[in-house]
Design a protein around this ligand. Sequence first.
Ligand SMILES: NC(=O)c1ccc[n+]([C@@H]2O[C@H](COP(=O)([O-])OP(=O)(O)OC[C@H]3O[C@@H](n4cnc5c(N)ncnc54)[C@H](O)[C@@H]3O)[C@@H](O)[C@H]2O)c1
Length: 273
Amino acid sequence: MKLSDRVAIVTGAGRGVGRATALMLAGDGARVLVNDLDAAEADSTVAEIVSAGGTALACPGSVTDPEFPERLIQTALDAWQGIDIIVNNAGYIWNGAMHNHDDEQWQAMLDVHATAPFRILRAFAPWLKETARAEQAQSGVARCRKIVNVSSVSGTTGAATQIAYSAGKAAVVGITKTLAKEWGRYNVTVNCVAFGHIETRLTQPYDDAPPSIRVGEREHRVGLSDEQVAASRRASPLGRTGQPADGAGAIYLFCIPESDFITGEVLTCSGGA
Ligand SMILES: NC(=O)c1ccc[n+]([C@@H]2O[C@H](COP(=O)([O-])OP(=O)(O)OC[C@H]3O[C@@H](n4cnc5c(N)ncnc54)[C@H](O)[C@@H]3O)[C@@H](O)[C@H]2O)c1
């Protein structure tokens, strides 16, 4: 139990990688605040953690709501009087060729992948500063806290039809590197995981028409053709695509004490593709 005295916030933890991350952190002893846009999915993650003997609370809501970041931080502080880990994972894809991207699409991708993590981390800053300074005054060193932001190989190497998504995911890399420099003085490590193909609802295979998902009021086409899935598998030296637990494992590495001297890094989790 490496995280038994730790409090973690995981956004977008109702499904996919976020859910697997919440389960993994809770399985290692962390108390986890589970956020998702879809309340029923957040509740279901909490129920699974609790039934396995862990501790979790749901904090449903959209990370893009300007009021939400303060509520997220305050909910964790009210429940557990501290925050040690924040995983900015919530996100989705809204793809299309460059010439078909409209302003709303562009803004939506930046809102969820860049502005939301920025606001959540800004909302965390006042409590962090005060607490880290008090810990430093008391024992000489602040407790090591962890931020893990979720990017994509689309943000680090580009991907056709994802101009807005890849811009948002590249912004996350800048946020990570800058905040690692600013918050080192508070003993916070700030790192980023860039996923390749992980099997979630965003990458579900189809052989005919692409499926869609509902995000708030909108439907978005997702999925990969069987041919694209086969190409992803061939591109990986491991010969497979990732499971949500593979993604969670990469995030977990940045949450445990063994990574206390690693900050400002981008770790690609793509099976070597
Ligand atoms: N699956 C992949 O291959 C892949 C690759 C690269 C990056 N990613 C990134 O990984 C992260 C997790 O995605 P996933 O594949 O697990 O997808 P997923 O759809 O299975 O899970 C994402 C969760 O985020 C939630 N969410 C979306 N918008 C939200 C909002 N505004 N507020 C709160 N919650 C919101 C969704 O409801 C969903 O439950 C995303 O940031 C995604 O862009 C995924």
